[in-house]
Design a protein around this ligand. Structure first.
Ligand SMILES: CCCCCCCCCCCCCC(=O)SCCNC(=O)CCNC(=O)[C@H](O)C(C)(C)COP(=O)(O)OP(=O)(O)OC[C@H]1O[C@@H](n2cnc3c(N)ncnc32)[C@H](O)[C@@H]1OP(=O)(O)O
Length: 434
């Protein structure tokens, strides 16, 4: 992991922040460097045996602006979609995971808790809660058949998992029903056996069976070919703990007490009319969000059902606040974050890092900086240790000023079976995947 204290304008106290989004193994890749890295790896003969067979932008085509934007392959007739699951190695079997079942949900939770994404130095591992998983996997119109597990036939132990959920995503002026693919996980003892490509093909088959031909996903690893590459930023809320567990470290010439003072926040939000979102706000928030998301090249096409599901506050899963004008009662601004703790691996004193992740934020009257400062205050009130944000949408405009420091993790966004003329700048992306 790279040191992060050199960046101009970031507080020098925010050093060496370790946690990255999806286990980035490529720590210092900017989009500009991507093409060079790719050329080098092609020259070395390193290939993506699986990804080269898939309808995704290929490295060799980077920079070829003659290729058309849009679907890479046309849809097939449904009768031509393979009806039976792909073959697994003989010892394993497919299982459709019923997330309504407490027992199944616990099995998935345990698999992910012990085997999902870690940072490069294996100090932290994502610890999505059961309630979070249920929320993430059961949005409006979800398909149970897209929640796919692999069990050992003899012991019935769950050893791998992959999921999709449906989403309408707009790319420029096209609204496309896609699958958002997430939670790909293979048990640590079964890694590097080419199980992941079979899982990806199986989720693809089941998505195709619903007559859906595009997907969106994120990963910390570089694959053919990122639609955009984002950076994580971290705002310390509980700096002493973050330093104690090795998430960040004390800056040069800084004492612990000066650091604590630096990150101190007011007890309660500053903005007049700032309050928690309630069910009756769904129509107004939908209108606000739809208008706001329109400006980005790629963004979800949320309707009221989506907003109700994704943005109504759910304890320990998602928090949403808005500003209601005290005079007109108009809803003018909105901010939200989701709760994703990480297990702290091998620390005597602490087992969990409580992290909030910036989700969707809209400012029309309250300056975004002030709105996000209020979001930080709410996260602090709820005892979060750190507030994370990607440099997507307009987030760059507040990160440095609100004392976020750049992490060393990159998060790459991908589209399956959809080519973009060229990679996007993170600020052109209006999509947050969990
Ligand atoms: C139309 C509908 C389409 C739907 C599908 C859309 C696509 C969805 C795509 C999935 C989106 C998932 C979004 C998330 O959940 S991102 C989170 C991924 N999960 C983790 O990082 C958890 C910890 N790691 C693991 O569990 C394993 O290491 C995984 C399962 C990641 C790989 O297992 P393993 O280490 O045992 O490897 P293998 O021998 O089986 O397979 C090696 C092949 O797999 C390619 N690989 C490695 N990592 C990833 C990755 N994160 N996305 C896509 N491909 C990946 C790799 O380049 C190689 O292919 P190629 O380089 O030779 O070609």
């Amino acid at each position: 992991m790279a040191d992060s204290n050199e960046s101009s304008g970031t507080p020098e106290e925010t050093q060496n922040l370790k946690l990255d989004g999806n286990a980035a193994s490529e720590s210092d890749i900017s989009l500009d460097l991507l093409a060079r890295k790719v050329q080098e790896s092609l020259a070395l003969g390193s290939r993506h045996k699986f990804w080269e067979t898939q309808p995704v932008g290929q490295f060799k085509d980077i920079g070829d602006t003659s290729l058309p934007e849009g679907p890479i392959e046309p849809p097939s007739p449904l009768s031509e979609v393979k009806q039976e699951p792909y073959n697994l190695p003989n010892l394993y079997e497919w299982v459709t995971c019923d997330m309504d079942s407490e027992e199944m949900c616990l099995e998935v939770y345990n698999l992910l808790t012990n085997n999902y994404v870690e940072d490069d130095e294996n100090m932290f591992r994502f610890n999505y809660s059961k309630e979070f998983l249920r929320w993430a996997l059961r949005p409006p119109g979800y398909f149970k058949s897209w929640h796919i597990g692999v069990r050992v036939k003899s012991s019935k132990k769950l050893v791998a998992f992959i999921t999709g959920v449906p989403a309408r995503i707009r790319v420029r002026d096209q609204i496309i029903t896609m699958a958002e693919v997430n939670f790909l996980c293979v048990h640590k003892k079964l890694r590097s056996k080419r199980l992941a490509p079979v899982m990806i093909k199986e989720v693809t088959r089941r998505v195709h069976l619903e007559n859906i031909w595009q997907a969106a996903y994120t990963a910390g690893v570089v694959l053919p070919t990122p639609a955009t590459t984002c950076q994580y930023w971290h705002r310390s809320l509980h700096p002493k703990k973050l330093i104690d567990v090795g998430f960040s470290r004390l800056g040069a010439r800084m004492t612990m007490s000066r650091t604590i003072k630096l990150y101190k926040l007011p007890e309660s939000p500053i903005t007049q009319g700032f309050r928690k979102m309630e069910p009756h706000d769904v129509p107004a928030v939908t209108r606000l969000l739809r208008k706001y998301l329109n400006q980005f090249v790629v963004a979800p096409d949320f309707d009221e059902n989506d907003v109700e599901h994704w943005l109504l506050p759910k304890e320990d899963v998602v928090d949403s606040f808005l500003v209601e004008s005290p005079e007109t009662h108009e809803i003018t601004d909105f901010c939200s974050f989701y709760t994703l703790p990480s297990s702290i691996l091998g620390n005597q004193n602490y087992s969990t890092l409580k992290a909030a992740y910036s989700y969707y934020n809209v400012s029309t009257k309250t300056p975004l900086l002030q709105l996000m400062n209020d979001a930080l205050i709410m996260a602090k009130q709820q005892n979060f240790d750190v507030f994370n944000a990607l440099d997507v949408m307009q987030n760059e405009s507040f990160l440095k000023e609100l004392k976020f420091g750049p992490g060393d993790g990159k998060l790459h966004y991908y589209l399956y079976n959809y080519r973009l003329r060229q990679a996007l700048h993170p600020s052109e992306l209006g999509l947050v995947l969990l």
